[in-house]
Design a protein around this ligand. Sequence first.
Ligand code: SF4
Ligand code: SF4
Length: 346
Amino acid sequence: MTTTRTADAGGRQLAMVLDLNKCLGCHTCTIACKKLWNRDAGAAYAYWNNVETQPGQGYPRRWQETGGRTATGAVKRGEIPDLDADYGRAWTFNHEQVRAQVGAGAHKPWLRPDAPPTWGPNWDEDHGAGEHPGTNHYFYLPRLCNHCTHPACLDACPRRAITKRGEDGIVLVDQDRCHGYRFCVEACPYKKVFFDPERGVANKCIFCLPRIEEGVAPACARQCPGRLRFVGYLDDPEGPIWKLVEKWKVALPLHPEYGLGPNVFYVPPVGPVAFDRAGRLVDDAPRIPGALLESLFGSRVHEALRIVRDERARRRRGEASELMDLLIAYDWNASFRLPAGTREVL
Ligand code: SF4
Ligand code: SF4
């Protein structure tokens, strides 16, 4: 393994593309990740992968408003989200009470949180925006560490505890070096580094590194029933990432204006069209506002949406479309192209 503190080592970059047109909001990815990597007591509140509803406040609350870089490229001091108010402490439930009452008659207690919850990772799930009927809208945005080309977390760490691997660009925390200052938590504008208060160290997504080294896709991608996650190298012209990002230009980074060079990309959601008060569909009025999508994915989002719509239309006419074949993921195995050019065998 080669590691570097600088983001410009000239090595290759593993990346992920998520097609938001296919996300079900089922949270299988979140659970797959959580169960595999993130079960320590101090990480109970932490989700390396989460799925939030947009528009919405997200997880942690208001993450889009803090951190990042200044116009000159310097790391900006952001905020450390509050465990209760922003992340939401993991709820505990009356499991014992329910278990003790099993078979005890008609008045069995419901399973419920021990204390009334006030906030959590999915607090505003499916709330969305707009007016019903006609313009109400929302979509799901799964989020994980972007393994950025210019990681703010890495630059912010005075202990040099965060590294970016030269051979695949995966960003890792060395917990033996970490002193728990939390400058990385402040700096990451995506709020994808977490602090473990029990152990006093930072932790974050490792892109399922041990799986990657065995030629197996990350758990979030492998378990996704929507088949919407693609994994591979950015510079592999035979792989799905290069085709979606570079060739078809339909996969865009989240908040490119932060300037970190995210390596997780999204095919933006086309969404349904609006309908008027008489219930008639309005063909040229997309339900999800273009301004919302532009605020998340930048000005290129409109061209990406046009390409997806055009290719859908082409396919409906019975014509061939490489893009649609790729996005539909008929061949799920082709969604992953992993190290050494291997193709995962399922
Ligand atoms: S998303 Fe945040 S934690 Fe991940 S590499 Fe970028 S700056 Fe670091
Ligand atoms: S597992 Fe796939 S479909 Fe389900 S929420 Fe995650 S990304 Fe969306």
